[in-house]
Design a protein around this ligand. Structure first.
Ligand code: CLF
Ligand code: SF4
Length: 297
């Protein structure tokens, strides 16, 4: 499959463990948890834990300053040679924390230029961030898009925070959807690879995600990653909507198969923590806590 890609794209995906199924056996990623704030509320989020747009809920990451994050990344890169990608994916929304996120990216593009930079966002602040993202040579952006219809959006997002106001219901969801789609188009125009993550919420957006997949593909998204809602008690389980369940593995696979007719699907996502380190599915974070990094110097 990789050999079918144009050279310019193959060059960008061949050592990115999330964008290439083959690469994930050989290349590692790490996340630094520098972004605590968020600008929306997802029903499936419990703010005490990491952003579940990308991460496994129910775990809390150690929050780092940009300076600590840069130090940690360099220490990991020195010890894990397969580590090719540094991602910022939480614990809140990276683009809702632009100073912290971009200070980290700026430092790394200067001090560790061989490491690819990656970011994951809910998309609300994406259009205003695209210019800055392209300055840091970022080739990979993930947008979590759970719907393209504000009626469905209102069941997933109780509110967004926009221009210093809280906007609820369909009105808020409509703004979020518009920003996500606009951000997607702007990234594609600049040749930045876009992965779309969608959280499959049975009875809410499961059927609808086929349409989401068609639309994002038609706009030039490179990859679609449908992830299961993880409904666990410690996570707060879609609070306000009692009894919401996550999909069964077969339901998830059926939906991925239905979308696959139109779109490249990611099927090896491990829903990493916002401070994950190592190969996908492996977590070596404990080896690189701040006190251990200090001791390495
Ligand atoms: Fe991280 Fe995400 Fe970049 Fe990968 S994770 S910011 S694209 S470097 Fe990968 Fe982890 Fe799945 Fe994300 S397996 S949760 S898709
Ligand atoms: Fe939580 Fe992430 Fe949604 Fe923000 S975008 S509310 S951190 S799941």
């Amino acid at each position: 499959q990789m050999s079918d890609l144009p050279d310019a794209i193959r060059e960008k995906v061949q050592n990115h463990p999330c964008y290439s199924e083959e690469a994930h056996h050989y290349f590692a990623r790490m996340h630094v948890a520098v972004a605590p704030a968020c600008n929306i509320q997802c029903h499936y989020c419990n703010r005490k834990y990491d952003c579940s747009n990308e991460s496994r809920p129910g775990v809390v990451s150690e929050l780092l300053t940009p300076e600590q994050a840069i130090k940690k990344t360099k220490a990991v890169a020195a010890n894990i040679p397969q580590m090719t990608v540094l991602g910022i994916a939480g614990p809140g929304d990276p683009l809702a924390n632009p100073e912290r996120t971009f200070e980290t990216f700026r430092g790394l593009s200067e001090e560790a230029p061989d490491i690819k930079l990656c970011v994951s966002t809910n998309g609300l602040a994406l259009p205003e961030s695209v210019e800055e993202l392209s300055k840091h040579n970022i080739d990979h952006v993930t947008i979590t898009i759970n719907c393209v219809d504000p009626k469905i959006g209102a069941q997933i997002y109780p509110w967004i925070y926009w221009n210093n106001r809280r906007i609820r219901g369909e009105k808020g969801a409509a703004i979020l959807i518009e920003q996500q789609q606009k951000g997607l188009e702007m990234l594609v125009e600049r040749g930045i690879l876009v992965k779309v993550n969608s959280v499959m919420i049975p009875g809410v957006n499961d059927e609808h995600l086929k349409e989401v997949s068609r639309i994002v593909k038609s706009k030039g998204a490179f990859l679609h990653n449908v992830m299961p809602l993880i409904a666990e008690e410690e996570h707060g389980t879609f609070y306000g909507v009692m009894g919401q369940r996550g999909p069964e593995p077969e339901e998830l696979q059926d939906l991925q198969d239905d979308c696959a007719g139109d779109m490249n699907m990611m099927r090896h996502c491990r829903q990493c923590r916002a401070d994950a380190v190592g190969l996908l599915g492996e977590d070596r974070g404990e080896e690189f806590t701040l006190d251990k990094i200090e001791a390495m110097e």
